[in-house]
Design a protein around this ligand. Structure first.
Ligand SMILES: [Zn+2]
Length: 399
């Protein structure tokens, strides 16, 4: 394997028409393993439990990931002190530890390291452009000193904040990817996906796309709208898609955050590995070449993407040693009726049952309809008080 620095960069790969397989959502995966707290969703585990973060990187690498994203989601200083979340580590320590872990594992295979920034509480609280940009710069300075291969601005609901992030990241001279968590209705100010993509490219993004908040079908559709907007404007870009691993046909513009099941009862919505193969093919067919995942993705989901695109990539991931294509490993099963399932048409056409007789197939999203500037979204450093919570409980019950 080529040592770090001699690998092909992300833009070289995409310009050569290669498929770049992303990784999965660390926050959700590590919450289930007991290393992240749902609510704050901050990544102190990079410094606190490096062995857990390293192991997850290794599993994604083995599944076929070409990108090790630093586990720095919500690792901006304003988020780390937000809502009374006491920290044993500084933002700098967490960001540095995350870079070291991603680099260590990336060097074990054909993967690049991407330093990531995400939306800030400061923007929601209407802080100035300079204040918000200073937060991104602080994280970027760590990424540059740790020699990451490229940068990703991801999980932005407002294109304006993503543009600010891209403008800051671009000053590093590294390739910049920008990924919004929006659906076909556009960002929370109703800027269309096509217009968002054009704005991000004009801000300096080399790769544009969508991550989180919606299922693969919706995200692929939204990236397609971005691509059409970019082409109409006579511009060029590469495209990325890193959706949820949950089916969300009932979501409104806020995505899965508004589903009543968020975040603790989403399991019945998980995509199967076969659903993932369909996603990989659909994404490829609309011209997306950076294909990965976000919340809900486990390593076996990423392996399914790599297996579906094995011909295009010219290789199977290491993890496929233990996984026959389309269930073929079942030909060694003891029971003959299970051996009869060792075929593609069986798994491709199966309609899996949920086993939950009284459950609906769809839910009604919360739809409180508030965004940047609304008093309820002003962020505070101290934890939400019992009095403040009671007001919210009453509001929720009256809806
Ligand atoms: Zn996510």
């Amino acid at each position: 394997m080529a040592p770090a620095g001699q690998k092909k960069g992300v833009l070289e790969r995409l310009e050569a028409g290669e498929v770049v397989i992303g990784d999965g959502g660390f926050v959700f995966a590590l919450e289930k393993r007991g290393y992240v707290k749902a609510g704050p969703w901050t990544p102190e585990a990079a410094a606190e439990h490096p062995e857990a973060v390293r192991q997850l990187h290794r599993e994604f690498l083995r599944a076929g990931s070409n990108v090790m994203q630093t586990f720095t989601f919500y690792a901006s200083d304003d988020k780390l002190v937000n809502r009374g979340h006491a920290q044993r580590f500084t933002g700098q320590q967490i960001n540095e530890a995350a870079c070291d872990l991603a680099r260590e594992v990336a060097n074990e295979g054909d993967a690049l390291v991407a330093g990531g920034v995400s939306q800030t509480p400061s923007y929601l609280s209407c802080k100035s452009e300079n204040d918000v940009k200073a937060i991104f710069k602080k994280q970027m300075d760590v990424f540059v000193s740790k020699k990451v291969d490229f940068l990703i601005a991801e999980y932005f609901e407002h294109v304006e904040e993503a543009e600010w992030a891209v403008q800051v990241l671009k000053t590093s001279g590294l390739p910049v990817a920008a990924s919004l968590c929006i659906g076909p209705d556009g960002d929370l100010n109703k800027v269309s996906p096509g217009d968002c993509a054009v704005k991000l490219i004009k801000a300096g993004a080399d790769i544009v796309g969508i991550n989180c908040h919606f299922d693969p079908e919706t995200c692929v559709k939204t990236v397609k709208m971005m691509k059409e907007g970019v082409e109409k404007a006579g511009l060029k870009a590469h495209y990325m898609c890193q959706p949820l691993a949950f089916h969300t046909p009932d979501c409104n513009c806020q995505g899965f955050i508004d589903l009543p099941e968020f975040p603790f009862c989403l399991e019945p919505r998980i995509l199967t590995r076969w659903d993932m193969q369909k996603y990989a093919r659909d994404a490829y067919n609309v011209g997306i070449r950076f294909i990965g995942g976000c919340c809900g993705f486990e390593p076996y989901h990423i392996r399914a993407l790599a297996e579906e695109l094995a011909k295009e990539r010219g290789c199977l991931p290491a993890g496929s040693e233990k996984h026959g294509s389309w269930g073929s490993g079942l030909d060694m099963h003891t029971k003959p009726w299970v051996r009869a399932r060792a075929r593609r048409d069986y798994w491709e056409n199966l309609k899996p049952a949920s086993g939950r007789p009284f459950c609906p197939s769809l839910s009604k999203p919360d739809a409180w309809g508030i965004t940047k500037g609304h008093a309820d979204l002003m962020q505070q450093e101290e934890a939400t008080s019992h009095e403040q919570l009671k007001v919210l409980f009453d509001k929720a019950k009256s809806k």
